[in-house]
Design a protein around this ligand. Structure first.
Ligand SMILES: NC(=O)c1ccc[n+]([C@@H]2O[C@H](COP(=O)([O-])OP(=O)(O)OC[C@H]3O[C@@H](n4cnc5c(N)ncnc54)[C@H](OP(=O)(O)O)[C@@H]3O)[C@@H](O)[C@H]2O)c1
Length: 287
């Protein structure tokens, strides 16, 4: 049996779908049992556990051949990343107590970066879980292609997209969630020893300019990408309600300057199958 956290979200859902399609038993770890109803109907066992509840997570992970661990996104962490530290300790306790056969943790590109930024949350959790004695894989995907869902309305209605990724002709390691879910499900069924890192991006790197061109092709009208001036980011993010925009700004700086990159660089990353165009088509159709 494979225990899947975040099953009601995008990546966890893809991991579970892939396992179920392969005939593998899945235990959905949900915050609220009512939200897992669709998964129960697909044959999943359901267990309620908050990511910050070590006791409930221990029960959820007990007896699992493999556990997929996904920590919910936090775009506005406190300056000392206290929440990630607490989650790291909780996960370490629960996994130590439950002792599943193996663990796949959804991390991120750039988790090895030494400069503090939004992704430091994953650095902290990788360090804590890397000390476990069970086999653990840190799956580090690139920038999700599905982040472009934020751009569908402006591309469709105004023919303009704002880009924090700059310059517009700089290629970015992006990956489709379908590829992440498929690879995570494969990794959960592999056998390995100790700690390993798997870095994953799409079939080819794309630039912000490519995103605009692809939207234009699919929408049938011109779409241009406009860089958001770096000096406006702090006030913009604060106006959107963020208390501490620095980690997010530093993450964007890291992508733009290139210090957020795969540890094994482009040559060492695993390549997915799903192209940007297929993802954007789905995002437009599901709008
Ligand atoms: N976006 C990117 O470009 C990118 C790149 C690399 C890595 N990542 C990482 O990918 C992860 C996000 O994956 P996603 O897009 O699949 O997220 P998502 O769709 O937002 O799903 C989040 C999941 O976490 C669950 N959740 C929320 N709060 C919880 C809690 N307190 N306890 C237990 N479960 C909780 C949600 O359950 P409910 O349905 O109950 O809310 C949902 O199932 C983050 O760790 C992020 O850092 C993102």
């Amino acid at each position: 049996m494979f225990a899947i956290t975040g099953i009601t979200g995008k990546v966890g859902g893809e991991v579970a779908r892939n396992l179920l399609e392969g005939g593998r038993p899945v235990r959905g770890v949900v915050r609220y049992l009512c939200k897992g109803e669709a998964w129960a109907q697909l044959g999943c066992d359901l267990v309620a556990a908050d990511i910050n509840d070590a006791g409930a997570l221990t029960s959820a992970f007990n007896g699992a051949e493999g556990v997929f661990v996904l920590v919910p996104p936090n775009f506005d962490p406190s300056p000392d990343f206290q929440q990630a530290r607490a989650t790291a300790g909780t996960l370490r306790s629960a996994l130590t107590a439950a002792r599943p056969g193996r663990v796949v943790y959804l991390s991120t590109i750039g988790a090895q970066a030494t400069q503090s930024n939004l992704l430091t949350q994953h650095t902290i959790i990788e360090q804590a879980l890397g000390e476990l004695s069970m086999p653990i894989t840190f799956l580090r995907p690139g920038w999700f292609m599905e982040n472009c869902s934020w751009d569908v309305a402006s591309a469709t209605n105004d023919g303009v997209i704002s880009s924090f990724l700059q310059p517009l002709d700089k290629s970015v390691p992006m990956v489709a969630i379908a590829d992440i879910g498929r690879v995570a499900a494969e990794l959960l069924q592999e056998t390995w020893r100790g700690r390993r890192v798997v870095e994953l991006e799409g079939p080819r790197r794309v630039t912000p300019g490519d995103v605009a061109t692809t939207f234009a092709e699919l929408l049938g009208h011109p779409v241009r990408m406009e860089p958001v001036p770096r000096e406006s980011w702090e006030s913009l993010f604060k106006s959107q309600g963020m208390k501490n925009p620095t980690p997010r700004i530093r993450m964007l700086d890291g992508f733009n300057a290139g210090w957020i990159e795969f540890e094994s660089t482009e040559s060492g990353s695993r390549k997915g199958r799903v192209a940007l165009k297929a993802v954007l088509r789905t995002l437009i159709e599901s709008r």
